[in-house]
Design a protein. Sequence first.
Length: 311
Amino acid sequence: MNSDRRRTSVVPRSVRNPFGLAAAVTRDSRADRIQDDIVQRLRSGRTAVGVVATVWMLAAYPLAQSGEDILLGKLVDVLAGCAITFVAGLVCLSVFIGAARPPLRRLYVRRLTGPGSALGAILGCAALAAGVATLLPRLTRGEIIPWADARSAGILVWLLCLLLFLVLLLGGLIVVVVAALFTLGAVVYALNSCFRVGDVHELLPALISPFLVWALFVLSLFDGPDVAAPPLVLYGFLLGGPLSVTLLSVWEIRRLNRRYGVTFRSALGRERDAVPEPVVGIPAQAPPPASGEPSPYAVYPPQPTYPPYSS
């Protein structure tokens, strides 16, 4: 009862702002998923420390390039991170589902709706923002509303066209701003949740996250530094993120194993009890039957007894 009320109340609150809606769409939401509060707090703390360290770096050292170039570079890094996460997630999901046994394989395929909905929401809102943004200049240039025909038709038609122009312009601006903010927030939340792959299985985010951060680290080595900091500080800052994410992922996998009994073999359905195989050619010993009942495990059927032959 309480969980259902809490879950239904999230939607109206999330619709009030695009970032809340982005969080609701791109976060893991499987009902039976293992939720560890300590892991979530460590992730949030690591993200907060990274943001604080970034702000401190930008404030403590002079910028190596203009602020516009830094902002553009961060945007490119976010897009590259999305592409890397998508490719890594696709490969990891394919290998993971392919290695699972058929009953679990079908279950994991059904759970792909979570990552698919997150990816579809991001692509759909990005396409909506781009499409409306390309139509607004045409609207302001008069390529959509025929102003010449409206003037010749009379003042009433012209006023209606003006009202339509204002409605389309204001509505288009609102759609572009909301869709762009939603896309930006969804991308950030999706990178944090690895596009909701945790809805498929709890081990997948811990497997994909290190690959993502180390790939971004390699990309950052080819880009110029954002600030003119000493090499020790600069490379310590660059290595801090990948190392912390990797250590947290290893600890999360160990915690899932020790606290909840989640292992890779159990996730793939390949965990079996150690039962000794019977030796070929020697019948297995059957358990003793209950009193007064025939044994259903008898290796050979009971033979009838005959009295000795008498001449």
